[in-house]
Design a protein around this ligand. Structure first.
Ligand code: CAA
Length: 322
């Protein structure tokens, strides 16, 4: 392709600026003990859970959500879970109060990121939305800040190209309920800076979790395996092999799973599982084709525990009714 004499030097200059910027960011990855402030973007189930464990671990937390009142609602859920923790003897009332005091709900993304050392995104699984949010975080956050996405299956490399230095962005995939589940999947893409990956591993440990490191491949390790069981359980319901309760009991008592695949689908959200299945059926193949029963329930608004019905019915306080 021909370039005119004005455009060519300009392109070279732009490339040089970008390389210098990337090198500068890459060489400024902080040590784990310098990481003090965490911004969580999205205050839904996962975002609130991440804010909860970050505050308990002693971090100053900015909890951002774009929807009016959503960050405050997220803080309300954290308060409830912390109170339950006190009831169970997992923490003292003083620990609870100190953790709550560390969380600041916020509805201004730039303000939430200006002084952050780490931004963890937990917004809905829509790649365009995640890219848009990371571009905004990138404009506001300091160059040393670690950027992490909680996506459970979307390609990290594609999300990472929305920021100027993709090397500082990694996957940090938490599990629901975040304050109870021990795993964090750290996902590295081919351009990830090893220092950013090891910072994310150390951060997960500081949050009291056990990290595993996986390559950026569709569904990573956990969603790929977990979803196959969930989707097959749904096909078995469709084929009348057994009732949802009996299928769940098979996996609980026969395989020692803490929860059956259909009850777990209700916990995670049928809409969430449908979104992941649609992505993985394109990325991996027909083993992930969403069953009709899943599509039908989502279309009917039966999204699981959060709407009161999925494969089971649920009371407003989260008890299974049948
Ligand atoms: N604060 C602190 N600790 C708490 C707590 C709280 N609010 N609530 C519960 N706990 C502790 C309990 O004290 C208990 O601790 P010990 O093991 O030390 O006794 C532990 O958490 C389990 O609590 P319970 O015994 O009350 O709960 P349970 O036995 O009914 O188990 C469960 C509940 C942990 C959710 C269990 O059913 C389970 O593990 N289910 C599977 C969940 C799962 O697979 N999640 C992943 C979903 S996939 C995902 O999230 C990723 C994605 O991308 C969609």
């Amino acid at each position: 392709m021909c370039r005119d004499s004005l455009t060519f030097p300009r392109v070279l200059l732009q490339r040089a600026v970008r390389v210098v910027y990337v090198l500068r960011v890459t060489t400024r990855t902080i040590a784990i003990d310098e990481l003090r402030t965490i911004t969580v973007i999205g205050s839904g189930t996962m975002g609130a859970g991440i804010a909860h464990v970050a505050a308990i671990a002693g971090y100053a937390v900015q909890l951002f959500d774009a929807a009016a009142g959503a960050a405050a609602a997220g803080l309300g859920r954290i308060e409830k879970n912390l109170a339950k923790g006190v009831e169970l003897g997992k923490l003292t009332a003083a620990d609870r109060d100190a953790a709550l005091a560390r969380i600041r709900p916020c509805d201004d993304l730039a303000a939430a990121c200006t002084h952050t050392d780490c931004a963890i995104e937990a917004v809905p699984e829509v790649i365009a939305l995640k890219r848009e949010i990371f571009a905004a975080i990138d404009r506001a956050a300091p160059e040393h800040a670690l950027l992490a996405t909680n996506t459970s299956s979307l390609p990290i490399s594609e999300i990472a190209t929305s920021v100027r230095a993709p090397s500082r962005l990694v996957g940090m995939h938490f599990f629901n309920p975040v304050h109870v589940m021990k795993l964090v999947e750290i996902v590295r893409h081919t351009g990830s800076d090893p220092a950013a990956v090891s910072l994310a591993v150390s951060l997960a440990e500081k949050l009291g979790k056990t990290p595993i490191t996986v390559a950026d491949s569709p569904g990573f390790a956990s969603s790929r395996l977990g979803l196959v069981i969930g989707l097959e359980a749904m096909r078995m319901v469709e084929q009348g092999v057994a009732s949802p309760a009996d299928i769940d009991t098979a996996m609980k008592l026969g395989y020692g799973h803490p929860m059956g695949p259909l009850e777990l689908t209700d916990l995670v959200g049928l809409d969430v599982r449908l979104g992941i299945a649609e992505h993985l059926s394109t990325a991996i193949g027909p083993a992930f084709t969403p069953p009709a029963v899943l599509r039908e329930k989502v279309a009917a608004g039966k999204l699981g525990k959060k709407t009161g019905e999925g494969f089971y019915r649920w009371s407003p306080d989260g008890k299974r009714l049948g």
